[in-house]
Ligand binder design. Structure first.
Ligand SMILES: [Zn+2]
Length: 168
């Protein structure tokens, strides 16, 4: 689609009328290899340090996370726009958001307490991410690519996509 064009007043997930209920979203895209590498490195470093019994090396976890987050701000491209969303998918979004924050909290606490907690929270987070793409809700919407004129959206509901041939 044209990156400045507005999306219709329909739920991006199920294509039901959104009745003017819109959600402001800022989508980012960064290269897939970078995303995987940057998000795994701190965990691998932490687990390796725990494994090798190097408590000082485990302290590298948070600096590595911060470096990855800051570097990502420069690597990614972003686009702000509004999408329609129905009440059902809005509620689903809140529920999944709450669970993923709980898991983030678990990872944080686990890093100070025991790597097993951290691992469990990480698994929980991955389950939430898998659920998001399975349920195909609002949060499944991704920015596949972005150029000066066009934006490629991915993860919108099938019914919604069908009404917008240019999204295919
Ligand atoms: Zn919906």
């Amino acid at each position: 689609m044209d990156r400045d064009s507005a999306l219709p007043d329909r739920c991006i997930a199920c294509n039901e009328p959104a009745e003017g209920h819109r959600l402001r979203r800022k989508l980012h895209c960064s290269p897939a290899a970078w995303k995987v590498g940057a998000s795994l490195t701190p965990f691998l470093a932490f687990l390796a340090a725990t494994w090798l019994d190097l408590p000082k090396a485990a302290l590298a976890f948070w600096p590595l996370v911060i470096v990855a987050v800051v570097a990502n701000l420069f690597v990614r491209k972003s686009l702000k726009f509004e999408v329609g969303v129905c009440k059902r998918h809005e509620e689903q979004r809140f529920a999944l958001l709450a669970i993923s924050w709980l898991c983030f909290g678990g990872i944080f606490v686990g890093a100070f307490m025991h790597p097993v907690f951290m691992l469990l929270a990480l698994i929980g987070l991955l389950v939430v991410l898998a659920l998001q793409s399975l349920l195909g809700g609002v949060q499944a919407l991704r920015l596949a690519d972005l150029t000066r004129e066009h934006a490629w959206l991915a993860g919108a509901g099938e019914a919604f996509r069908a009404t917008l041939p240019e999204l295919n």
